[in-house]
Structures are given as structure tokens and as C-alpha cells.
Design a binder for this molecule. Structure first.
Ligand code: ADP
Ligand code: ADP
Length: 232
């Protein structure tokens, strides 16, 4: 059962002699409930892949199927609505609003979509990320690891079909990074989330189910990792 399919996906920037082919004819299926890492050298197309797959960027050609909806056929308005409700995105630098509390940051996507976030939805995601006691704190009053957990709660509050994470541990110290990875692993194992994560770090990639290696805009290698259960 796949939740996401990339078909002949290409993305280039610029034109003619200065043209850069960031992605070249990428084909990829992401199974529902899997944790996938995307690795590769700087400039290999990792961010472009994540941005095209999540509807933040439009490919030059090819299609992006989320269930049976082709993102490349949607209008800007439809894409915005889809990103708000069916896709979650976590950035390296958290992207929280400094003036808002944890609770307000988490509810923001729903406010922007014209819906009043329910207390129950917010309490549920706060319990997932273990931040019930920090619901009235502002970002400046929390550690990096706590802020990233707020960002994850915000991304998950609408129960997205896929959570995309671009170097989510990149700004964290190794302990906070490890805790965050345990949280993401738990989301996949216990809440059946699907996560696609870009990382430079092999230790980070090792907690996933499958590692895709990008080079020069193409998937050049795929590594399937044993699950924790199979290894036990
Ligand atoms: P990383 O290697 O961590 O992905 P980059 O420095 O390659 O970071 O890219 C950071 C951001 O800048 C990305 O969102 C990417 O789309 C954009 N970017 C990268 N290269 C260029 C470029 N040559 N011109 C404009 N934007 C770029
Ligand atoms: P990675 O995330 O693996 O570092 P990117 O996806 O950021 O790679 O970039 C892939 C290639 O596309 C690089 O050559 C980069 O310079 C180029 N690129 C990315 N974004 C842009 C952009 N907005 N404009 C021009 N070139 C870009």
C-alpha cells in the first residue's frame, strides 16, 4: 500500500547553458507507514525532491501522486489547502512564530485554514511529543529539542498522510537529536505515520526503514534496513 508515488519526476532551474538539472527522471514509491531517509552529497537534489514531493515546489515534468491525487494538476489554492491538511513539513530551524505559545503555534495551520483548532486535537499531539507541561511557553523559553517537538506537533495536528522532515536534527545537540529520532520512530511504529526525512548523518538515517541515496539528481542506491522488531 503506497501513499506517495513519484513518476518520471524532473526539476530543472534556469535556462539553456546555465540550466541545472536538480532532479532527473526520478521514480519512487513510498509505502504507507514507512520511515524513509534521503541521503546524498550537497547539491544532489535532496531538498528539491522533498519540496516537489510535498507540493512546496512544482516539478518541471512528471507527476507526484498522493494517494490518487496528482499534485502537479492542482491550482495554487488547491495545493495550499492540501499542504495544510494532508501533508506535514518540519524544517531544520523549526520555523516557529516567536510571539506565539506552543499551543498557538500548533493551532496556527488550522487557524489559517479558517478552522478553530480543537483543544482535544492539540492535547493529543502534545502528549505524543511529551510537551503537555509547556503548552503556554514561547519558543525563546524552550530548548532546541523542545522547539523541534513543537514543530512536529504542529505538523501532525491535522493527521497528515505524509510527514516530510528536512534535516530535523541538524540544529540539535546529539542527545536532543537522538530523542527526536526516537520520537519520529515511535510515530511510525505506534501512530502509523509515514515519514520522509532528508539527512546528512548516517547515524540518523540508521533509524529508518529504507535509505535512498541521491547523486546528481538521481536515486543511485536503495538500502533496506532491518526493523527494530526483526533485529530483536
Ligand atoms: P542544503 O545543501 O542543506 O540542501 P542548499 O544550500 O543546497 O542547502 O540550499 C538551501 C536552499 O537554497 C534550498 O531551498 C535550495 O532550493 C536553494 N538553493 C540552492 N541552490 C540554489 C541556487 N543556485 N540558486 C537559488 N537557490 C538555491
Ligand atoms: P541538496 O538538498 O541535496 O543539497 P538541492 O535540491 O538544494 O540539493 O539542489 C540541487 C541542485 O539544484 C543544486 O545544483 C542547486 O544549486 C540547484 N538548485 C536548487 N534550488 C535552486 C534554485 N531555486 N535555483 C537554482 N538552482 C537551484
Amino acid at each position: 500500500d503506497r501513499v506517495l508515488r513519484l513518476e518520471s519526476l524532473s526539476r530543472s532551474y534556469g535556462k539553456q547553458e546555465t540550466k541545472v538539472h536538480a532532479l532527473r527522471d526520478v521514480n519512487l514509491d513510498i509505502p504507507r507507514g514507512s520511515f524513509v531517509a534521503v541521503m546524498g552529497p550537497s547539491g544532489s537534489g535532496k531538498s528539491t525532491l522533498l519540496h516537489c514531493a510535498s507540493g512546496l515546489d512544482r516539478p518541471t515534468s512528471g507527476s507526484v501522486l498522493l494517494d490518487d491525487v496528482d499534485l502537479t494538476t492542482l491550482s495554487e489554492l488547491e495545493l495550499t489547502e492540501l499542504r495544510r491538511t494532508r501533508i506535514g513539513f518540519v524544517f531544520q530551524d523549526y520555523n516557529l512564530i516567536p510571539a506565539l505559545t506552543t499551543e498557538q503555534n500548533i493551532g496556527l495551520p488550522q487557524w489559517l485554514g479558517g478552522r478553530k483548532p480543537s483543544k482535544g486535537d492539540i492535547s493529543r499531539v502534545l502528549s505524543w511529543v511529551g510537551l503537555e507541561s509547556l503548552r503556554h511557553r514561547r519558543p525563546s523559553e524552550m530548548s532546541g529539542g523542545q522547539q523541534q517537538r513543537v514543530a512536529i506537533a504542529r505538523a501532525l495536528v491535522t493527521e497528515p498522510e505524509v510527514l516530510f522532515a528536512d534535516e530535523p536534527t541538524g540544529a540539535l545537540d546529539s542527545n536532543s537529536g537522538r530523542e527526536l529520532l526516537q520520537l519520529l520512530r515511535w510515530m511510525v511504529d505506534e501512530q502509523h505515520s509515514t515519514i520522509v526525512m532528508v539527512t546528512h548523518d548516517p547515524v540518523v538515517a540508521a533509524v529508518t526503514d529504507r535509505v535512498l541515496f541521491l547523486a546528481d539528481g538521481q536515486i543511485v542506491d536503495v538500502l533496506d534496513l532491518p526493523t527494530a522488531e526483526a533485529a530483536a
